[in-house]
Design a protein around this ligand. Structure first.
Ligand code: ZN
Length: 311
């Protein structure tokens, strides 16, 4: 399977206004797409990323106002990590402190990691990595480009037992284990070259709490392929491995297939094409509500139900 790394991560949040303020003003991401949940157009589906929404930078949210928080635990994606240079550790430590965001630090495979949560409790990390990462961050008035979030570093998947997930990653999805820490029971897999944006960690916590879906939890993680041909080849390989794979679906900005891995986490494979500029210019990404054609006749009613977002 010819995966290129991480594509996007989709999570569940409560209030879209607080969510936009956090990701754009505190973390300095760009709101790259404002659309609706295609299954419930009375709620937003918002995408954050770098300047153009490069695959490997996009974090997206569904909004379930008033629903209970989930519980972070096993059989979930338990952390979404961004990459910054090692020299940016002090900047982000100071910035999280200035925004009164509680955080912890840990050393992980030679890098320093800041661990914190978004307003709904979603597990986030900033990995200050010694690895070169040439990806360019979105510009933010308070965050010098040198310190901006480069895109994802990795995701952490937690299971009570990780063996079957590891077997799928290695035997079917072309990943390789690059390093492992027996003390913390964390193993790192490279989906492609093993550089930031292509890493996935399996954390084995036999006695940890079981995850519960809800606000502040990840809905699914998507991996990159170049195009439809690579996606359909990947689909065959997932089927051969015995996974129950969805048909290919058109998500406007990419094409997707879905399957639940043996540990219960929803995996997606998404194409790099056509990308987020398919329905608006790059310069103004995310500034107006984009609707799929079938909802355009109902635009006025849909817009009336959606709360205004921070500029
Ligand atoms: Zn997705």
């Amino acid at each position: 399977m010819n995966l290129l790394g991480l594509h996007h991560i989709t999570a569940m949040a409560g209030d879209p206004v607080a969510n936009v303020a956090f990701y754009t003003r505190v973390l300095g991401l760009r709101l790259i797409k404002r659309t609706v949940n295609f299954d419930d157009p009375s709620t937003y589906h918002l995408y954050f990323g770098d300047t153009v929404g490069t695959p490997g930078s996009a974090l997206t949210f569904f909004y379930w106002a008033g629903q209970p928080r989930g519980r972070i635990g096993s059989d979930q994606v338990t952390a979404t990590a961004w990459s910054v240079p090692a020299a940016s550790l002090d900047f982000w430590t100071a910035r999280l402190t200035a925004h009164h965001l509680p955080f912890t630090t840990e050393a992980r495979f030679g890098d320093q990691v800041l661990r914190f949560a978004d307003p709904d409790g979603l597990g986030l990390e900033i990995v200050a990595t010694r690895e070169p990462d040439p990806r360019q961050p979105w510009s933010h008035p308070d965050i010098p480009i040198a310190h901006g979030l480069r895109g994802f570093h990795s995701v952490t998947l937690t299971h009570a037992a990780s063996a079957r997930t590891a077997a799928l990653l290695v035997s079917t999805m072309g990943a390789r284990e690059t390093t492992r820490d027996e003390t913390t029971r964390r193993a790192r897999y490279a989906l492609a070259q093993g550089v930031p944006g292509t890493c996935l960690d399996l954390l084995t916590l036999p006695d940890g709490p079981r995850g519960q879906p809800g606000l502040g939890t990840v809905h699914h993680v998507a991996f990159r392929v170049a195009d439809d041909e690579a996606e359909l080849a990947a689909r065959s390989e997932w089927q051969t491995a015995g996974l129950n794979v969805s048909p290919q679906m058109d998500r406007n900005y990419f094409h997707s297939i879905y399957a639940r891995e043996p540990g219960g986490i929803l995996f997606e494979i998404a194409t790099d094409t056509p990308g987020f500029a398919i329905d608006e210019p790059l310069e103004t990404l995310g500034t107006t509500l984009k609707l799929p054609a079938r909802y355009e006749p109902h635009r006025a009613a849909i817009e009336a139900t959606l709360p205004p977002l921070p500029a």
